[in-house]
Design a protein around this ligand. Sequence first.
Ligand SMILES: Nc1ncnc2c1ncn2[C@@H]1O[C@H](COP(=O)(O)OP(=O)(O)OP(=O)(O)O)[C@@H](O)[C@H]1O
Ligand SMILES: [Mg+2]
Length: 231
Amino acid sequence: MLKLENVSFSYGAIMTLRQVNMIMERNQITCVIGRNGVGKTTLMKNIMGSLRTNSGRIWLEGQDICRLPANKRAKAGVALVPQGRHIFPNLTVEENLRVGLEARTDGKRTIPDEVFDLFPVLKSMSERKGGDLSGGQQQQLAIGRALVGDPKVILLDEPTEGIQPNIIERIGIVLRDLVIKKDVAVVIVEQFLDFVKEFGHRFYIMNRGTVVAQGATPELTEKLITAHLHV
Ligand SMILES: Nc1ncnc2c1ncn2[C@@H]1O[C@H](COP(=O)(O)OP(=O)(O)OP(=O)(O)O)[C@@H](O)[C@H]1O
Ligand SMILES: [Mg+2]
């Protein structure tokens, strides 16, 4: 579904991504893990197009999307649930969800019921202001907003950060069901390894801007964790 080929990026003179190669398959949850500051968020922004890749290719179903601006990538089927969620605090839950409709190409202008089936709290709180929601509710809203656009690839940047365990579990189950029922690829940046082991299918470990290990999640051994993830 999504293929990164030698993706490199620098903030000014500082090389932050170095020749990153990854494949994110449909019907799978691919986890990108690594210590703080290794370039995970930078990578998500390069895929979404809010940062422009210096060299390399990003293929979405065989189309090179590297030169497309973020709004065109959204229309092509890439959705990002950003780190820190970035919901609009002064808009209601329903208005926040409506923002996600912009990415649709079928002209549909109503929020699909599916989103409320997956996250019932968004229905009961649809008139509340986004800023009044708890962290876990905001995260569900941010994921719901991404799903409203009917994406092919859903990127989630640290979705469990600062969220209570029962909501983390709920989010994991929703994403797992989603990759089973729909032909989507889910990509999760995650530092919470229990979540990766429970819900992830494949993993990539990043260190200093590059991929240092990869495999199926059962292959995520203590040795790898000690070498690349412990601080
Ligand atoms: N806008 C920016 N300008 C310059 N350098 C930046 C910018 N944003 C991030 N960096 C640097 O790029 C590197 C990678 O940052 P990035 O946010 O991608 O890491 P991360 O793996 O997502 O970290 P975390 O786990 O803390 O979210 C870091 O050294 C960071 O300081
Ligand atoms: Mg980050």
